[in-house]
Design a protein around this ligand. Structure first.
Ligand code: AMP
Length: 284
């Protein structure tokens, strides 16, 4: 397995490897769990050689977020990659990725207007900036991302289309712990007590779907979900039902929708979502 922090070394490895072989790519911030490894397996199914990047990208963290304490167990991560048959791991440092001064930037219309966009100003611009760079470096045939970061997927999918990256974007379903909690590198911040409560997020989204199926009006269903989350001890950042297509909030759940929330347990921010296929309204 190639392990390198050098863009040039990765590029020359890819040049030699590439002839006729499909490159699959799984970008991550490390602290790997079974969710990340499921993306690797999916990428292996769809390509010949899988490249993973492990990079805690500073430009997607806000000034008050957890950049400095984000877990970085690199040796353990590399062991998991070796065992899984990853062909190359790209482990750059910020100085390998960024010049001292950035003269260019991205703005994102519409797709970042709701959900995590307003609560994490600059976050998706940082994600787009780094994935744009990573796609230019790796030039993958396919890239696999998790449904857990659903808004990120929609934004990157649009970036690929709008900037002609020619990468096939694949979304893998969220991998969960046995009690339903979405796996996340941030789950390790939770105390034992918080971990006991955390599975209520998924449960609440499942119940939200049941409520919408009996009454598709979104507001009463969201009010019930908010109550449940608050009673369980969460501080709610947001909870929405949006269109799966353009991520705009819906008043009535119809067609392909996504229920998504971000909540705090103590200082830990957790996100989850659930894709809900409702019947389309009949046009009369
Ligand atoms: P991260 O390391 O958190 O930036 O995540 C890297 C990739 O793994 C992203 O595409 C995430 O959506 C995906 N991912 C994270 N957690 C999960 C999960 N529980 N199930 C599936 N994919 C996940």
């Amino acid at each position: 397995m190639l392990v390198t922090s050098s863009i040039d070394e990765l590029r020359s490895w890819l040049r030699e490897r590439r002839s006729g072989r499909r490159i699959g790519f799984v970008p991550t911030m490390g602290a790997l769990h079974d969710g990340h490894m499921a993306l690797v397996e999916k990428a292996q199914d769809l390509s010949d050689d899988v490249v993973m990047s492990i990079f805690v990208n500073p430009t997607q963290f806000g000034p008050k977020e957890d950049l400095s304490r984000y877990p970085r167990p690199i040796e353990e991560d590399l062991r998991r990659c070796r065992e899984a048959g990853v062909a190359a791991v790209f482990t750059p440092q910020p100085a390998d990725m960024y010049l001292d001064e950035q003269l260019f930037g991205f703005t994102i219309a519409k797709l970042a207007d709701y959900l995590c966009g307003p609560s994490r100003p600059g976050h998706f611009e940082g994600v787009v900036q780094v994935v744009n760079k990573l796609f230019n470096i790796v030039e993958p045939d396919i890239a696999v991302f998790g449904q857990k970061d659903f808004q990120q997927f929609r934004i990157l999918e649009r970036m690929v289309e709008e900037f002609n990256h020619g990468v096939q974007m694949v979304m893998h379903p969220t991998v969960r712990e046995s009690d339903g909690l979405a796996m996340s590198s941030r789950n390790r911040y939770l105390s034992a007590e918080e971990r006991g409560i955390a599975s209520r997020i998924h449960q609440t989204l499942v119940e939200l779907e049941t409520d919408l199926r009996s009454n598709p009006h979104v507001q009463p269903a969201l009010a019930a979900a908010r109550d449940k989350l608050q009673q369980a001890g969460f501080k709610i950042d947001y909870i929405y039902v949006v269109s799966n297509h353009d991520l705009q909030p819906l008043e009535t759940a119809e067609g392909n929708c996504v229920a998504a929330c971000a909540v705090y347990l103590g200082t830990t921010r957790l996100i989850d979502n659930r894709i809900i296929d409702m019947p389309a309204t009949e046009s009369v």
